[in-house]
Write a protein that binds this ligand. Structure first.
Ligand code: ZN
Length: 264
């Protein structure tokens, strides 16, 4: 699939092919929805090209599940006082937590410490089960997307497992576009800014487990479906957000995922 966004219209959600015009992301033309998304009722092929900044963007993924990877950058594992893991540390995030670009992250009254975690997400493109040890994983990847794995850090510790801490509504901002062709092994910079100040600046070349390893490991346990989302872990520099803040995650080629923060 080409690089694309998803946006709202009077006729409901639409998908649009994305191109860069003079350094800005544009929706060039409406395209068919991926097979997992049944929300598109009528294709609006009549819509003209528009800059993404003038569209009401939606999250560009509708996953059946979100399989996250914890502590996948050495420096982040050690900043929280954890050992560098010997095997990928997996957890699930609720699909109901998905939030559009520019959507408001709501700080729940139940938590006193809610952190940003800027991450590269893998979007699955085809049914993926029990990948072989030598099998090429690239055909299973539709593309990449920016994710903010928002986390109630206090509940993550006190609950003993992470379901609530990672699963509140609005705790999974995703977007603005899905795009293939990133050379993740060579190193893609992942930058998070809070109120314009850089808080995280890592590179995917510092992954403890690469994407092929992760897809083999996950698919050995559970079948991945088209549209499923795999956030690949966060670099060092995680920190809290408070009402009134604005958080941005930027990955070269994938744009900027920007979200304001407010109280519940
Ligand atoms: Zn994370």
């Amino acid at each position: 699939m080409v690089q694309y966004c998803r946006f709202q219209t009077d006729d409901g959600p639409q998908y649009g092919e994305v191109a860069v015009r003079a350094g800005e992301l544009w929706m060039e033309r409406v395209i068919a929805a991926p097979p997992e998304d049944w929300s598109v009722i009528r294709l609006r092929k009549d819509l003209p090209p528009q800059p993404l900044s003038e569209l009401t963007l939606l999250a560009p993924v509708t996953p059946s599940k979100i399989v996250c990877v914890g502590r996948n950058y050495r420096d982040h594992a050690t900043e929280l006082g954890n050992e560098v893991p010997k095997e990928p540390l997996l957890f699930l995030k609720a699909p109901s937590a998905i939030l559009a670009p520019e959507g408001t992250i709501r700080i729940p009254a139940l938590s006193k410490r809610v952190d940003f975690e800027g991450e590269l997400g893998v979007v699955i493109g085809r049914h993926c089960s029990r990948l072989g040890p030598e099998e090429d994983v690239r055909p299973y990847i539709r593309g990449y997307v920016i994710v903010n794995d928002v986390t109630a850090r206090d509940l993550q510790k006190s609950d003993g497992q992470w379901t609530r801490a990672k699963g509140f509504d609005t705790f999974c901002p995703v977007g603005p576009i899905v795009m293939g062709g990133l050379d993740v092994e060579a190193g893609v910079p992942v930058t998070t800014r809070l109120n314009g100040i850089v808080k995280q600046h890592g590179s995917t070349k510092d992954f403890i487990f690469g994407i092929a390893h992760l897809l083999r490991y996950i698919s050995a346990a559970m079948t991945l479906f088209p549209g499923d989302l795999i956030p690949t872990g966060t670099p060092a520099g995680v920190g809290p957000m408070y009402p009134g803040d604005v958080v941005e995650v930027e990955i070269d080629g994938l744009g900027v995922l920007r979200n304001p923060v407010a109280a519940e």
